[in-house]
Write a protein that binds this ligand. Structure first.
Ligand code: NAD
Ligand code: DAU
Length: 339
């Protein structure tokens, strides 16, 4: 089986590459990644010499490069993680989100139509459902919840989802989609809440909590998300959407306090700052469908996963320090510039 994984140098994509090479030692995994600011090739260093792995630096919007790769590799499956993924950046500059998240998805799917494919899987997000009120803990996102987005990021992801479903209906492309809640774990880029707070706390810097800190996210350990996608591409039904989440809702302020406690740092580091524009109040996934249909259940409890994650950041300063200094962006040139 040949699988193209786009965005495999990012947070979830790299964890997925590691998972697939381990879980399916007979598969060939080809990672296509543009190496934007969020892509870090050093993350993939441990698998660079694996004969079942290939890295290709390319943009999913570049039709010529994508077609060339499909011609060379004749993939059976494409899993699309490549995206601009940070809500705050989308509020500053929506354009690149539309290009990568929507146009890039169409370029990939056009290549799938041209060269034939067993499965195109779109890695989507629970943010396409908008948000839920804090005072209705009985409400959850199901696959039937209407799309109702808040940010340019979530709108671009929703646009892509609609396009994926349209390619299925119009051209019969064998697609599937997963909409997962917030992930956490190793290799999470330190602009996102959990790694940002860990690293700033380690430096005794202020921890910027947006608004009142009461916004709720539904956290899932990244490995559980990777296992869910592995299951969907093998056993999930074509044309279907699967919500992925572990019923683990936490207010932001409680996460920040927990990180401070684990690191033995004072709560005086917490600083309430201006709220994010259009800030979604609460996300909460109903994962009944993936559980009933595919038998998926999360394996890592938040209490264990967050301790594991904090320890990972403590043990892997060599991974995040070059990100903080910006040095990681020279890594590709240094290692592979002449190859
Ligand atoms: P990330 O920002 O860490 O990684 C994105 C990767 O995509 C990077 O390696 C980047 O270089 C690459 N990329 C960006 N633009 C590209 C382009 N035009 N061509 C090729 N590669 C490109 O993101 P992440 O947090 O790992 O998220 C991965 C996917 O999962 C995204 O589609 C995101 O919407 C979705 N998702 C994320 C979460 C989460 O909590 N992080 C939850 C649900 C869904
Ligand atoms: O729900 C899935 C989504 O989760 C993914 O689709 C996105 O790609 C991913 O980035 C994530 O989006 P969020 O906006 O929920 O994640 P972020 O880490 O940016 O913020 C989490 C919460 O913490 C949110 O309520 C905003 C808040 N926050 C964030 C930052 C960076 C702060 O209070 N302070 C901060 O400095």
């Amino acid at each position: 089986m040949n699988i193209i994984v786009t965005g495999g140098a990012g947070f979830i994509g790299s964890n997925f590459v590691f998972h697939m090479l381990k879980a399916h030692p007979d598969y060939r995994i080809i990672c296509l990644d543009k190496l934007t600011y969020a892509g870090n090739l050093s993350t993939l260093e441990p698998v660079m010499d694996n004969p079942n792995f290939r890295f290709v630096k390319a943009d999913i919007c570049d039709k010529e490069a994508v077609d060339k790769l499909f011609e060379e590799e004749k993939p059976d499956i494409v899993v699309n993680f490549a995206a601009e993924s940070h809500v705050d950046r989308s509020i500053e500059n929506p354009q690149i989100f539309l290009e990568t998240n929507i146009i890039g998805t169409s370029v990939l799917m056009d290549a799938c139509r041209k060269y034939g494919i067993k499965r195109y899987h779109q890695v989507s997000t629970d943010e396409v459902y908008g948000d839920l009120p804090l005072d209705r803990p009985d409400l959850f996102f199901t696959e039937e919840t209407p799309i109702h987005t808040s940010s340019p990021y979530s709108s671009s992801k929703a646009g892509a989802d609609l396009l994926v479903l349209a390619y299925h209906r119009t051209y019969g492309l064998p697609v599937s989609l997963s909409r997962c809640s917030n992930n956490y774990g190793p290799y999470h880029f330190p602009e996102k809440l959990i790694p940002l707070m860990i690293i700033r706390a380690l430096h005794d810097e202020s921890l910027p909590v947006y608004g009142d800190g009461m916004n709720v996210r539904d956290w899932l350990y990244v490995e559980d998300h990777c296992k869910a996608i592995d299951l969907i591409i093998h056993e999930g039904k074509v044309g279907e959407v699967y919500n992925v989440g572990g019923h683990n809702e936490m207010a932001n302020i409680d996460i920040v306090r927990l990180i401070l406690k684990e690191l033995n740092k004072p709560e005086s580091l917490i600083t309430y700052v201006t709220d994010r524009k259009g800030h979604d109040r609460r996300y909460a996934i109903d994962p009944t469908k993936i559980h009933n249909d595919l038998g998926w259940l999360p394996e890592t409890k938040f209490a264990d996963g967050i301790v594991k994650t904090i320890k990972w950041y403590l043990d892997n300063e060599a991974w995040w320090q070059p990100i903080i200094s910006g040095e990681y962006q020279n890594y590709y040139e240094k290692m592979y510039g002449d190859k």
